[in-house]
Design a protein around this ligand. Structure first.
Ligand code: FAD
Ligand code: FES
Ligand code: FES
Length: 1288
């Protein structure tokens, strides 16, 4: 008997292979991609396609072969070329997405050994990566394209090789593909002959899979299906499982029985069980082979299908499932209904009947008018008639791989030879609980001429007919209303153009953006000729674990094999934002199968409450809860699913308390702030305001961001003989917290971590509490030997700023007074990052009188923590916003105002009186503008904007000065242990955490340089508190600086000891030196604690002074975007970055960090939007609601250059830290969008000073491009309605 889990998710758990990763469990990330091969009886061929293993029920794979990443290559035997190339091209950082990427590409090559770039783009559309920025992955995979093919898509960049690149010192080659394995399809795994034989035979009986809580039956044929549907009318038909599976996994609905329908094909038109991929292929074939006029409807469908979900989902999801899921956010129904499609449905009792696909089919959200015993057989999609025009529209949070906010299908038929409307069909999805037909509007327009009058009336009628209450589910009401008229306007224009010309549309402004693959030019300085060829420092070495990551052999915490008797812990969390806990009743949960125990505050052996930055944090809420999601208790059970289910059965009784508030605005009203409140001041701000030409008051809101690391938080706690181990925890900081919680000394607690599947600041502090809870469970249960696993997710930061700026008419800013508010949630945790925001507020600008105040608001939301950049990107963004506004007010180009205000002298002081030289920042700026061809492009953009009414472009450039290191000097230290063994091999252990940034690779390069042994002879041990104690967090972009110096120190110590012996025996080999030198010194090993020997860092907040940073990393970035003024969609066109990383230790890793950080910044400033309900519940959870940048968001031209001849005396080998700084550079996209919106507004006679909050989502862009359509959807008055979500 299979368990419920096994019936569904399974591949990961049943096969016990670890290469296939579990990221989201909902088809939204692609980490679990595998290839399925099936024999297709109809066409006598074997089909290979990708699926998301997390949604693929194991039962549907009867007769299919599944290939996981382990099946195609391994480091022990031979890598597959796909694995080798992604690794060599530096396309694997944390590696968690890598197996999924590999399988998507592998499957593409199985079907098409010579793919085009477009094929690659499409194949990877359903795979997310949070680390790399996608470009290196594409670079590796494009080597499979025919050279001509690949290079056609890579036009020579007009800007790069210029005066800055002195040929013999600069390289553009981050990797080379000499000696890579060729792709040899003859080596591919064959489809198992026994499955082929099985596939060719007609199935002789139905299959039944019985789980403990559900049952799946696979019918043998249609008759059998109909019989089963009569017997079990309420049972859903599982086909692709992409709707049902999600509900089951995420909402834990229980279905008694399923009918499994995988083999049914019926009708001459599209069978209901055809996948969306096959629908797309059919439509493409028809469009290719038939006259354009007859396939207008198919072209419209293709328009939608191109952006609908990712490839894996399209391979699984069926057309029937899409229709009958009756979800208005699904895209097909509006188009199919507009096309007047007919559905053939059948039941055992009543035979076949045809029904029209229209609004009447849908009786409610998720409900249709089909009778329970009926199944859908096929969908007839008619050809288009002459004089018929069809369009489909969709607008989503992200252009690809995201549910639409509003979708529409529109069809008009004209009286032959005229522009008189004979019939009109307009359907919308996303403006109500079901599909909406605007019948009245359509009816009233019949008989009218397609002209301006019709347009005006249509918009008015649409406004009246599309009813969307101000409190409608999903929010964004004004935007959704605006989209309905904007879509119609687009349709009107498209048809008008076709009517006039009877040819295809020429005006690109009416077409949606085309998704492209990123390409890029990179340059970095080569090492000097004097450097030994054996010395790897400064070379673009591959990530040390990349091959293991690409083959799925790299282990993450969830890959540790299960041990017998291990248990799982799952949290019981508060459902109230502010309440007294009256009672906790776990009795029902404790009675459930597999449940071992329930824990709450009283079970903590040591302290339940600890102080963090002088603010209290509780492990388990004791008396009160102060946010939804606060941990109250934990259930321990034998399986994940049992623990998860039981946690929901724990009954907590609350008594609600007041006040309850969530937003910064409310916190200010309640004066609810955490201590300390920080302030920094230089000059005399108040006095300066008296003498300036102008004073500007401004405000900007910046939304928070989820870390969205692909590997969720988790840990394993082992309690053995009263010693406590956390193999594979996500932070070493937890040792202390576990000790306090359990009341035991740190020397009895060992924490290990090998690698993290991404972290970005989210795995430093929060995991400590979760580990302490898991440890408490281990101690409580058996009180001796116990293994417990826990899985959790993460948090973020939201900020808001108010500023007052004094400036002169020439753009010189004389004074600025900025107050920063951040929403810290219910405990302070790491919201002290406000300090970093204040310390970065000057960016690269010398504002003589500058004051910043930082207040962390205490609200009844979950406590927030830090994200990559630690407040820097927020602090910098505010100053750039100020500069932008001053430029607008002065009527000057923003880049000019930036230049006027930049630090220029060789010796400058920051606003906190830290001495620095801005020379390299100015070099980055000049080179960036030059390489980007900024001035020429600015002109071209102006021209573009003049000739395009509905699409506008904008360009923006910013400089950057980013502090590296901890402002609390104590943290600026690293430790390492280096052992040399008798065989000459070397072991390095250090206190850093590898999370994709390549800290281990750099440590190897450094050790190899000093010891003069190849990197292959050095092994890096997992990070462990037993080897290297008291490690500082790998954060503040300081990880490599600290660890690198420690490794260098340790290796130098060893070499000093070996040196006399080496000099006496110059002819010996390394191993002979090692083995023979021991008397009298002993075999060499060295432990080092390297403590910062550079400038002391500390901040005196009372006096607003202190060297807060070790040094500054500089950079500059220029980005260009195009916006669609009618939908708010935007396309990132090109980005150029010049970054000063000193003398790069590893240009490939550093460029990888820059690109990855920048793309995360794209998310922060343009796409990623957190939405909270009025009750303080986060609604954007998981990839289906929360969108991080996908491949389609990366600028097609993405150039990164490392500043040549840069120096840094303060860090290892003159390099600089680079982890955090690049995130901020993506603000250029935000400001370029703002420029583009301003161009649209100017054309409409509106001012170009207007508010735009970050992220600049499609909704915000559209509503800022005010026009006649936005006027039709005015914002309701505050207080007159209950909004769906709140801006915190
Ligand atoms: C990550 C992700 C992204 C997505 N993005 C999009 C998107 O951008 N746009 C979009 O439109 N959709 C999107 N979808 C939805 C997807 O297209 C639908 O889930 C899919 O089409 C449903 O088909 P299925 O075969 O998987 O249905 P199932 O989940 O197997 O079934 C769905 C429902 O249809 C019923 N059903 C299915 N076939 C029949 C039949 N022949 N007769 C009777 N009843 C039947 C079932 O009983 C069930 O109630 C996305 C889904 C995921 C998971
Ligand atoms: S884990 Fe399957 S798609 Fe995310
Ligand atoms: S390398 Fe892609 S998610 Fe980390």
């Amino acid at each position: 008997m299979l368990s419920q889990n096994h019936l569904h998710v399974s591949l990961l758990y049943i096969v016990l292979l670890t290469g296939t990763k579990y990221g989201c469990g909902g088809g939204g990330c692609g980490a679990c991609t595998v290839m399925v091969s099936k024999y297709d009886q109809l066409n006598n061929r074997v089909l290979h396609y990708t699926v998301n293993a997390c949604l693929q029920p194991i039962c549907t794979l009867h007769g299919a072969a599944v290939v996981t990443v382990e099946g195609i290559g391994s480091t022990k035997t031979k890598l597959h070329p796909v694995q080798e190339r992604i690794a060599k091209a530096h396309g694997s950082q944390c590696g968690f997405c890598t197996p999924g990427m590999v399988m998507s590409m592998y499957t593409l090559l199985r079907n098409k050994p010579h793919p085009t770039m477009e094929d690659i783009r499409e194949a990877l559309g359903g795979n997310l990566c949070r680390c790399t920025g996608y470009r290196p992955i594409i670079d590796g995979f494009k080597t499979f394209c025919d050279v001509s093919n690949a290079f056609n898509l890579f036009p020579q960049n007009d800007c790069v090789l210029n005066k800055y690149l002195i040929p013999c010192q600069i390289s553009e080659e981050l990797f080379h593909m000499d000696n890579v394995l060729p792709l040899d399809p003859s080596q591919d795994l064959i489809f198992p002959p026994e499955l082929m034989i099985m596939g060719k035979k007609r199935a002789c009986g139905s299959l039944c899979f019985q789980g403990d809580r559900l049952k799946l039956i696979s019918p043998v044929d249609l008759t059998n299906l109909l019989e089963l549907k009569t017997e079990y009318p309420e049972a859903p038909v599982v086909v692709g499982n992409t709707t049902i599976g999600i509900n089951l996994l995420l909402c834990h609905l229980l279905f008694v029985i399923y009918l499994l329908c995988v083999h049914v094909h019926a009708g001459v038109s599209m069978g209901a069980v055809c996948t969306l991929s096959s629908l797309k292929e059919e439509m493409e074939r028809a469009v290719r082979e038939m006259e354009a006029e007859r396939t207008r409807g198919y072209q419209a469908l293709l328009q939608t299908l191109q952006c609908l979900a990712g490839k894996q989902i399209r391979n699984m999801a069926t057309i029937g499932g899409n229709i009958l899921s009756a979800n208005p956010k699904y895209d097909l129904n509006s188009v199919l209904a507009a096309l007047d499609c007919t559905l053939q449905v059948m039941s055992k009792e009543n035979g076949t009947r045809a029904i029209t696909l229209n609004e009447e089919l849908f009786t409610g959200f998720g409900k249709t008018a089909l009778r329970p015993d009926e199944v859908l057989l096929s969908i007839d999609i008619p050809y288009s008639k002459p004089w018929e025009f069809v369009s489909a529209f969709r607008q989503a949070q992200r252009r690809e791989f995201a549910f639409s906010i509003v979708n529409a299908g529109m069809k008009v038929l004209f009286r032959e030879g005229t522009n008189i409307v004979e019939s009109l069909n307009i359907y919308y999805g996303g403006v109500g609980p079901t599909l909406v037909k605007v019948g009245r509007t359509c009816q009233k327009l019949v008989g009218r001429s397609w002209g301006e009058d019709l347009l005006a009336d249509a918009c008015r009628l649409l406004e009246e007919e599309v009813e969307l209450s101000d409190s409608a589910h999903g929010g964004k009401v004004e935007y959704r209303k605006t989209l309905t008229t904007s879509f119609f306007f687009k349709f009107y224009m498209q048809v008008l153009q076709e009517l006039r010309e009877r040819v295809h549309i020429q005006d690109s402004a009416l077409k949606p953006f085309k998704n492209e693959v990123p390409q890029g030019h990179h340059s970095f300085q080569l090492v000097s000729n004097a450097q030994s060829s054996q010395d790897p420092v400064g070379h673009p070495m591959m990530h040390q674990a990349a091959f293991h990551q690409a083959t799925g052999e790299a282990q993450y915490y969830d890959d540790i094999p299960a041990v017998q008797g291990e248990l799982f812990v799952f949290m019981v969390t508060s459902t109230r934002a502010h309440a007294k806990i009256i009672n906790i009743d776990p009795s029902e949960a404790l009675g459930m199968t597999g449940v071992v125990t329930f824990l709450s505050a009283g079970d903590v052996p040591g302290q339940n409450r600890r102080m963090l930055f002088n603010n209290p944090e509780e492990l388990f809420a004791e008396e009160e809860v102060s946010c939804v999601g606060q941990i109250i208790g934990a259930v321990v059970a034998e399986s994940r699913e049992q623990a998860r289910r039981a946690a929901q059965m724990v009954k907590v009784t609350y008594q609600d308390l007041l006040p309850v508030f969530f937003t910064i605005e409310e916190a200010i009203q309640h004066q609810s702030f955490f201590d300390p409140k920080r302030k920094l001041e230089r000059g005399d701000v108040d006095k300066a305001f008296e003498t300036v030409d102008q004073i500007l008051e401004d405000e900007i809101y910046l939304g928070g961001q989820e870390h969205f690391y692909m590997e969720t938080q988790g840990l394993i706690a082992v309690y053995y003989n009263f010693l406590f181990e956390c193999p594979f925890v996500l932070s070493l900081q937890l040792q202390e917290v576990v000790g306090i919680t359990l009341g035991i000394d740190s020397n009895k607690i060992t924490c290990h971590v090998r690698r993290l599947g991404g972290a970005f600041g989210g795995k430093v502090m929060k995991i400590a509490s979760l580990s302490a809870i898991t440890a408490t469970a281990a101690v409580n249960i058996i009180n001796n030997n116990c293994v417990i696993r826990g899985i959790f997710t993460s948090a973020f930061l939201t900020t808001s700023f108010f500023s007052q700026v004094g400036y002169n008419n020439d753009g010189t800013i004389m004074a600025a007074d900025i107050t920063y508010y951040s929403n810290g949630g219910c405990t302070l945790n790491e919201s002290l990052i406000m300090e970093k925001a204040l310390l970065h507020m000057d960016n690269g600008y010398k504002i003589p009188n500058l004051r910043g105040r930082g207040l962390v608001c205490k609200t009844y939301l979950p406590s927030y923590t830090a994200f990559r950049g630690f407040g820097g990107p927020q602090g910098l963004m505010v100053m750039e916003s100020v500069l932008h506004e001053v430029a607008v007010k002065c009527g000057l180009p923003p880049q000019k105002v930036r230049e006027i205000n930049m630090y220029r002298e060789e010796e400058c002081y920051t606003h906190h009186k830290q001495l620095f030289s801005p020379r390299d920042m100015l070099r980055c700026w000049d080179e960036c503008l030059d390489k980007a061809g900024y001035h020429d492009r600015l002109q071209a953009i102006q021209q573009f904007n003049t000739s395009n009414r509905w699409k506008k472009r904008g360009i923006s450039a910013v400089p950057m000065k980013f502090g590296v290191g901890f402002s609390k000097g104590f943290f600026n230290q690293g430790a390492a242990l280096v052992n040399i063994y008798k065989d000459g091999s070397v072991l390095v252990a250090h206190g850093g955490t590898e999370m994709g940034q390549g800290i281990n690779t750099k440590a190897l390069q450094i050790a190899s340089r000093i010891l003069k042994v190849p990197m292959s002879s050095i092994h890096i041990k997992e990070t462990c508190t037993g080897n290297v104690p008291n490690a500082a967090p790998s954060a503040a972009s300081f990880g490599t600086d600290a660890v690198g110096m420690a490794v260098k120190d340790a290796c130098e110590k060893l070499m000093r000891r070996l040196k006399p012996f080496m000099e006496n025996h110059p002819k010996y080999t390394w191993q002979q030196w090692v083995i023979n030198q021991h008397p009298p010194v002993g075999y060499p090993n060295a432990v080092t604690v390297w403590v910062s020997r550079g400038p002391h860092t500390d901040m005196d907040w009372e006096n607003s002074e202190g060297p807060a940073y070790y040094y500054f990393t500089f950079g500059a970035c220029c980005s260009e975007v195009e916006i669609d003024c009618l939908t708010g969609d935007h396309k990132n066109l090109r980005t150029d970055i010049v970054m000063d990383v000193g003398r790069s230790l590893n240009p490939a890793l550093d460029i990888g960090q820059i690109e990855g950080g920048f793309v995360q910044g794209i998310g922060l400033y343009t796409i990623e939007e957190l939405q909270f309900s009025l009750e303080g519940v986060l609604m954007t959870r998981g990839p289906s609601q929360y969108k991080i940048p996908a491949l389609c968001d990366v600028p097609p031209q993405f150039n990164v250059h490392l500043l040549a001849n840069a120096q840094n005396p303060h860090a290892i080998y003159r390099s600089k830290g680079i982890g955090e700084p690049p995130v901020f550079l993506a603000s250029t996209i935000f400001f370029a969008i703002k420029e583009a919106v301003a161009a649209a507004r100017r054309e409409r006679g509106l001012g170009d000073s207007f508010p735009l909050s970050s992220p600049a989502t499609a909704e915000r862009i559209r509503m800022a491009c005010e026009d006649q359509f936005t006027e039709m959807a005015p914002s309701p008055k505050k207080g007159t309605f209950k909004p769906w979500s709140i801006n915190i």
